[in-house]
Design a binder for this molecule. Sequence first.
Ligand code: ATP
Length: 445
Amino acid sequence: MSGGDVDRGAGDDLMDKVVNLCKRRGFVYQSAEIYGGFRSAYDYGPLGVLLLRNVKDAWWRTMVQLRTDVVGLDASILSPPEVWEASGHLTNFTDPLVDCRNCGMRFRADQLEDPDVCPSCGARGQFTEAREFNLMFRTQAGPVAGAGADVYLRPETAQGMFINFANVLNTVRNKPPFGIAQIGKSFRNEITPGNFIFRTREFEQMEMEFFVPPDEATKWFEYWCGARMDWYTELGIPADKLRLRPHDADELSHYSAGTADVEYLFPWGWGELEGIANRTDYDLTQHAQHSGVDLEYYDQQADERYRPHVIEPAAGATRTMMAFLLAAFDTEEVRGETRTVLRLHPRLAPYKAAVLPLSKKPELQSVCEEVLGLLQPRWMTDYDVTQSIGRRYRRQDEIGTPYCVTVDFDSLEDRAVTVRDRDTMDQDRVPIEGLAEHLDAKLGL
Ligand code: ATP
């Protein structure tokens, strides 16, 4: 685990604006806000649930749908201790924890700007010795508490793929190189959650384990580093705010023969979006030894048996959503007013279009219904009748809707609507009959 997300500075302004927009427009709310807020978790509102889903769908599309060598999985969140014993998490999944003797606050030792000074009260030399703190949440399964009932909330989705390796191999026709992908919630009892949804105790991951013949591991590691960088830039992360940072030898996880992090330039500095690791045959070997189940692949053609090596691109869905929001946020002066625009890639935008009647008069309603009937089956479409058309455009700009479709009184005569482009603000008159095709071509999904 790498640190670096405590100090904030120059970019606070952008951060505040985005956090504010998230609350105001219903992307992200503090969890349990009516009870004073639960700091380490967030709830995704009407817009956030769409954006997060689109981030996950975009990942799934690239990693599973458009490939013939990757299949999906959805494994359980609760798992018995044996899994985490074998994976090494029970002993190794720890962060160094220090307490300040002066104020009682706790910190991750490797994230302190000055290892001697408490960032909360400023006391010097008051930290306890660092001790290893395990990040896994433990709970009990079944009605009887006590021995044998301990279970863990998964701290990563990856192990689900390893323990199902044999199941998947027996049910699909793929042979190495092939991958198993999963999107889902993970839980880590982070010592210092923070920076909005960057580090939370409950979050979502998008992980893929790519099983390869051992002598192809290096080649595939490089391939996935390149492919994953492309995914972010194609969806609108500017190349100068993205970098691939190889881990130093002393930073490598216990299982890794090589790791590179995809990092985004957050307002407070570079932060990890995704780790791409060459996990060797560590996990399959561990699970084979602990379970007694053979986790090798038999290559019939070569009459050869081997334990595949694994390349793992492991990304965070919620953290990535935050990077997309920060990268998309823009303001500009238009006719003496500040316009806020979320320049989200159309694939990520919560709504692809908004239908806006120029007036609330009932004559326009049936045309609006007709237009909604054309668009809703294809895309998430907003419908907004309140306030002036100018304010409604601004609202759609702020939530990143690529196209507004305005129905006016002329629409009753010419059977056409006005389509306004979020980025250029250009307006086109488009026949209702060809509207869906027109938007389809413009969106280019
Ligand atoms: P970090 O160094 O930031 O703690 P990590 O190296 O432990 O992250 P991985 O175990 O590689 O993270 O997990 C893969 C991805 O899952 C990360 O790149 C990140 O996007 C996401 N992730 C990990 N921990 C959290 C968290 N507490 N909150 C939100 N996302 C997280």
